[in-house]
Design a binder for this molecule. Structure first.
Ligand SMILES: [Fe+2]
Length: 403
């Protein structure tokens, strides 16, 4: 059965990624349960026996159709060890096992593990605060190209959202549900209690200040749920109001500024929790979180600032003075013009932004002066990242052995 899609005759590997063969295997051997490998360009690695065994592209170990693992850890013999290693005619690593079996391994796949390219953050741009990048206007791309499936533009747009926290598409149709069609270019639309999409128009009965003409202080959406919607898309269908400008603030840059200027306030923002609740008559969503969540690297990873839904403190009474002081400082920095981009909505514009990073708001407007209609929806950050990885995967690259 043909299970490999390699034009070089190399074995398949337990994923559908592309693993370029940038250098050939030069020397291989076995040492105390490990297989040692050296590539011609000097890179060396060693692979643990059980690791290689459970990643074989062989029946019963890896499904040839789904490329998912079939063998359970309990199915790998406890006393298993590699007893011999060689490089075959196609350039694959060939391993002889103590069980009497043998297996072949793709050199590009081995190398991607050695270089840790399997980790989630690899190839994703690192978030860059606007104060470092000097970003002063929305990175803007061709919306029609994204809708038409242009990988180059789609990739550039995704990179901007990952790096700067936001990216604008221009020139889109102004038909209702265009925002959903664009979101589906990224991945799966995340429905919430606002529905699959929502219309930002003035509504007489609503549960959010968003559906009024009031100014909206920069905020994140749906801080009331354990898992914040990671990415928000807002599409302008109509706007004849001169007022109601859009305000975008880089929450990561604000957090950095607070950390730099007032470490005590930063500590309070990252450790003291507030309960957010939606205060609705029909549902009771609530979640407790600090204003700034730090990631494993100690950098701001998620901002939960939403004055409209921030309810009551979830902290000791004695912490309230420093909690309120820190919150007041944070929102004063949010109001600083250095951390915000203010733009007018043009019909056909769509702005996509990281909901846990970029705080969005608007200036108030007089609804008697014209029409203002935005339509929005959410996707998760995972979908944005998956989209970017897939754009990269589809692109040809040197050493690509796909048939
Ligand atoms: Fe909002």
């Amino acid at each position: 059965m043909e299970r490999s899609a390699s034009k070089l005759g190399l074995p398949g590997h337990p994923d559908f990624e592309v693993h370029p063969v940038v250098s050939s295997l030069k020397a291989v051997g076995v040492e105390s349960g490990w297989v040692v490998v050296a590539w011609a360009d000097g890179l060396e690695a060693r692979f643990y026996g059980a690791f290689l065994y459970e990643n074989r592209f062989d029946p019963g170990i890896t499904s040839p159709d789904t490329r998912q693992r079939e063998v359970e850890p309990s199915g790998v013999p406890a006393d298993l060890c590699p007893v011999g290693a060689s490089v075959d005619a196609a350039g694959a690593l060939e391993v002889a096992w103590s069980t009497g079996e043998s297996s072949r391994h793709h050199p590009g796949w081995l190398r991607h593990y050695r270089e840790a390219r399997h980790r989630p953050g690899v190839i994703l741009p690192h978030p860059l605060p606007w104060t470092e990048s000097g970003l002063s206007e929305l990175p803007t791309f061709d919306g029609v190209a994204v809708l038409a499936g242009d990988d180059e533009v789609l990739g550039e747009w995704c990179e901007a959202i990952a790096e700067h926290g936001l990216g604008r598409l221009e020139g889109l149709p102004t038909d209702p549900d265009t925002v959903l069609a664009v979101a589906e270019r990224l991945g799966v639309v995340r429905a919430t209690h606002f529905g699959r999409s929502f219309d930002v128009v003035i509504a007489p009965e609503n549960e959010s200040n968003a559906y009024t003409s009031l100014p909206l202080a920069p905020h994140v959406d749906i801080a009331t749920r354990a898992h914040l919607p990671g990415v928000q898309l807002l599409h302008c269908l109509a706007n004849t109001c001169a007022e109601g400008l859009s305000v975008m603030v880089d929450g990561f840059a604000v957090a950095d500024e607070v950390r730099r200027t007032d470490p005590d306030a930063f500590e309070a923002l990252t450790s003291l929790r507030w309960v957010h609740s939606n205060r609705s008559t029909s549902r009771d969503l609530r979640w407790s979180s600090p204003v700034v969540q730090l990631g494993p690297d100690g950098e701001p990873a998620e901002i939960r600032l939403a004055t409209g839904t921030r309810a009551l403190p979830d902290m000791a009474d004695d912490d309230l003075p420093r909690a309120y002081r820190a919150l007041r400082l944070f929102t004063r920095v949010v109001e600083d013009q250095r951390f915000r981009i203010t733009t007018a909505w043009r019909p056909g514009d769509l702005v996509c932004f990281g909901n846990g990073r970029v705080l969005h708001g608007r200036e108030g407007f007089d609804p008697s002066q014209g029409e203002r209609h935005l339509q929005g929806c959410y996707v998760d950050l995972d979908d944005l990242w998956s989209c970017l990885r897939m754009v990269r995967r589809r692109a040809p690259c040197p050493g690509d052995d796909r048939a």
